[in-house]
Ligand binder design. Structure first.
Ligand SMILES: [Zn+2]
Length: 235
């Protein structure tokens, strides 16, 4: 999809959702068209991984059909961590969050498509080359996704790292981290594990070009975007 387009900036929100945040309210993006351009129809998607159950990460779970919110990817197993689902099940939600669950999480659950999985400390492989890692703090059951394919690796951090500035200053938390201390511990552990490796860090909220390699710099890190990365060597 075109980098920097409005649709790519709000991938997780969904279309037509009533949201208090004006930037997220009643969107009409080309997300599904973008997927089709890549050769993916909604019915061809068989796996959806939800790093956590925040509004901007669950929106495309559903779309509106005749006034009802129904699963967008009706043939897909929707994975989240058991800890994450259980946390929100016991959470005293305000009205906007309850509405979000009712239009974007519950319909998938009621369709039998939500699959909360136990994610042990050393992670769990859910498909060949796809491993879920526990990265708690932003939310209690937050997970990141480690991918390996054709000799290359990448890590989708979800909201364990919100912005590249947190590489230079790992102690900076997002105001929406539920447990700030745990979030920092997780972020430091994650960045240390990635530093100097060939694993591409794909931040869910990073500005374009989104992906980069974690490079050590003084007592912290920076995001490198070398064109000479492993992916450029294929031709
Ligand atoms: Zn979040």
């Amino acid at each position: 999809m075109p980098s920097g387009s409005p649709s790519s900036a709000y991938t997780g929100i969904g279309n037509g959702k009533s949201r208090a945040n004006p930037a997220w309210h009643n969107l009409d993006t080309t997300y599904l068209d973008n997927l089709r351009t890549l050769g993916l129809t909604p019915d061809s998607v068989d796996l959806v991984v939800l790093t956590h159950l925040h509004t901007d990460h669950v929106g495309w779970n559903t779309h509106e059909v005749n006034g009802s919110w129904v699963p967008t990817f009706r043939n897909a197993r929707h994975i989240t961590s058991r800890v994450e689902r259980d946390f929100w099940a016991g959470y005293a939600m305000d009205a906007p969050r309850r509405q979000m669950f009712e239009d974007s999480v519950i319909p998938v659950e009621q369709a039998g498509l939500l699959d909360p999985v136990e994610v042990p400390g050393d992670g769990i492989e859910i498909a060949p080359g796809m491993r879920l890692l526990p990265t708690p703090g932003h939310t209690p059951g937050h997970i990141s996704i480690h991918l390996s394919s054709a000799g290359q690796t990448a890590l989708i951090s979800g909201d364990a790292v919100h912005h590249p500035v947190q590489l230079a200053h790992p102690s900076l938390n997002s105001c929406v981290d539920i447990d700030a201390t745990q979030a920092e511990t997780t972020r430091r552990r994650l960045l240390a594990s990635l530093a100097g490796t060939g694993t591409l860090l794909l931040g869910s909220h990073f500005p374009a070009p989104t992906g980069g390699h974690v490079l050590s710099e003084s007592d912290a890190y920076r995001l490198g975007h070398q064109a000479s990365g492993a992916g450029a060597a294929s031709s």
